[in-house]
Design a protein around this ligand. Structure first.
Ligand SMILES: Cc1cn([C@H]2C[C@H](O)[C@@H](COP(=O)(O)OP(=O)(O)OP(=O)(O)O)O2)c(=O)[nH]c1=O
Length: 206
């Protein structure tokens, strides 16, 4: 067992930590990565999720290395899109309202990029896509949802794990991907990199 290796979750999202914990994984350290999340001109949603997850992981892997840590760094980024249009992570009610109006009665896509960087700097990535269809939302439903505030800081202006779960009429793909971390693929990435993950310990596979 290589108990020198620390599993670092490069995230400040309580949802991502809760999802990892749910799967029996307890990261040794949380190191949020603040990267500029502005899409590049013409950047496709899937590419943005991939790029940002890599930037977050690289930033934190660099910090961990500078601190002399033997770190296995995991980062993720979630993007909500209607076609090629990337929805914001609203902080303002008007932005959130625009998102909900756009999502009402439509199918959208949620992409999460995940990136794992091992202590030698090698990285592995995945991009997971989930299709989500919302029912048609009435003006009252939109107003009530805006008043509840659950949309704040969430990609696309909603959180499926809360009240907005009641808006979903169809979901194709991973549910945990929508919440911010596709669990099956994340576990696959960890074990695929030569690590076994059991009850919070990260071990080199035999
Ligand atoms: C669509 C959707 C998104 N979200 C959240 C997941 C992410 O936290 C957030 C998308 O923003 P991200 O930029 O992916 O993540 P973050 O800034 O919250 O956290 P960090 O970069 O530190 O890891 O939206 C939900 O919680 N539920 C949902 O249904």
């Amino acid at each position: 067992m290589n108990d020198q290796v620390k599993l670092v979750l490069a995230s400040g999202s309580p949802r991502r930590l809760a999802l990892l914990n749910q799967a029996g994984i307890d990261p040794d350290l949380l190191m949020p990565a603040d990267v500029d999340e502005t899409p590049e001109r013409g950047e496709l949603p899937r590419r943005l999720a991939q790029r940002l997850s890599q930037e977050k992981a690289k930033l934190v892997a660099g910090r961990a290395k500078d601190a002399g840590m033997n770190a296995l760094v995991l980062a993720a980024d979630t993007v909500v899109a209607v076609g090629r249009r990337i929805l914001p992570k609203p902080d303002l009610v008007d932005e959130a309202e625009a998102c909900l109006r756009l999502l009402s009665g439509r199918t959208h896509r949620v992409y999460t990029g995940i990136c794992l960087i091992d202590p030698r700097g090698r990285n592995a990535t995945r991009l997971v896509e989930t299709r989500v269809r919302f029912k048609r939302l009435s003006r009252d439903e939109i107003n009530d949802y805006l008043a509840c505030g659950e949309w704040r800081g969430k990609a696309g202006g909603y959180a499926i794990q809360g009240i907005a779960g009641g808006f979903v009429v169809k979901l194709v793909g991973s549910y945990t991907n929508v919440v911010g971390l596709p669990l099956s693929e994340t576990l696959g990435l960890l074990t695929g990199q030569g690590y076994d993950v059991r009850a919070g310990w990260v071990e080199r596979a035999a």
